[in-house]
Design a binder for this molecule. Structure first.
Ligand code: MN
Length: 344
């Protein structure tokens, strides 16, 4: 038996090693919710919600108050029937990070009970992935220095935050390229450009001979036509991040032919919608990357197992645990530089 007999929420605070600066936001840390499920056989499962007000409109205080509702909803259900838990929590579109944590905690408890790792329960497609590391917005000198350090540390994929100042961003790309030749770049404007600025940025970077593997969310989330404009007027593949939360958002992006990539984050979609999005994007012959909010190692663990299980992702931006101060690493995977590995 694997019936849920207890659901516990715990608030967890983490601070960044250094302030994290993206368009319109400088963050010093995060307050996450850890979800612990206990089964009648004693097995425990863990999940983590890293709420985002900027992206999801979530407030951690409000999410924490949902503890009793969640308890009433899933208590007594056997995790062997985890689809029932997914279906009962499917409508948590306003609190997707909590949806992810609960759904993953059910998988984790099932995994502990059966001694089958979650990535194998989800398909076991891969046993290793490689993450990028992020260069946040800063003065030119610091952006170049940080990128150089990341590359020297063995990260072949570098994520570069842009979108506050087009000219400075182009200069940063040029400077970063000089010290990281051979690296691949995922460039994220976090909605900071207008469609015209995004195309101008792309063309300037292209004319410098620099390739961008994925150009993420160049324009505001609601501007689907703007995404499409950038997609068809710039030389680089365009990704939706802030525009893509639920499976319904992704359906529209596919219908509108607005993007080349969807950036799935479990914190925006939960596990159930993320599984649906994987199949939808494959069916549309588009591409996937996997990102994170401000998860600690226990939250990034969820994404590592999701990616290894489905094997569906071209790029991984799973570096929040590398940027947060954390006393103990708690992932059920090994971090070897940029590599994330599950070993039997
Ligand atoms: Mn993004």
């Amino acid at each position: 038996m694997g019936k849920i007999i207890d659901v516990k929420f715990t608030l967890k605070e983490y601070s960044y090693e250094k302030p994290f600066h993206i368009v319109g936001s400088i963050s010093n840390g995060t307050t996450n919710i850890e979800v612990e499920l206990t089964l009648d056989n004693g097995a425990k499962g863990y999940g983590e919600a890293s709420p985002s007000f900027r992206v999801n409109g979530e407030k951690v205080e409000a999410l924490f108050e949902m503890q009793n509702f969640i308890r009433e909803t899933i208590m007594g259900i056997d995790v062997r029937n985890y689809r029932r838990i997914f279906d009962l929590t499917d409508k948590m579109f306003a609190t997707p990070s909590l949806k992810a944590a609960i759904q993953y905690a059910a998988l984790d408890a099932f995994s502990v009970e059966t001694d089958i790792p979650v990535y194998q329960m989800l398909g076991g497609a891969k046993d290793t992935i490689e993450t990028d590391k992020t260069v946040s917005i800063d003065i030119l000198e610091n952006r170049v220095k940080e990128a150089g350090e990341i590359y020297r540390d063995g990260f072949n994929f570098i994520k570069i935050k842009v979108g506050e100042n087009l000219q400075e961003d182009v200069e940063a790309m040029k400077g970063i390229y000089e010290v990281t030749k051979g690296a691949k770049y995922v460039v994220d404007a976090n909605m900071g450009y207008t469609p015209k600025q995004a195309v101008e940025f792309s063309k300037k970077v292209y004319s410098l001979g620099i390739d961008i593997s994925v150009f993420e969310q160049p324009v505001v989330a609601s501007d689907i036509a703007g995404l499409k404009f950038v997609r068809f007027n710039s030389p680089f593949p365009v990704a939706a991040d802030e525009s893509a939360h639920t499976k319904y958002d992704v359906l529209e992006l596919i219908r509108e032919e607005a993007v080349d990539y969807i950036n799935i984050k479990l914190m925006k979609s939960g596990i159930s919608d993320a599984l649906a999005i994987v199949e939808m994007v494959k069916a549309a012959n588009l591409h996937l990357m996997l990102g994170c909010m401000a998860e600690s190692s226990i939250g990034v663990n969820q994404s590592v197992h999701f990616s290894l299980g489905t094997g569906a992702f071209d790029f991984h931006d799973l570096d929040s645990h590398l940027m947060l101060k954390e006393k103990t690493f708690r992932g059920k995977f090994k971090q070897k530089g940029s590599e994330m590995v599950v070993e039997d």
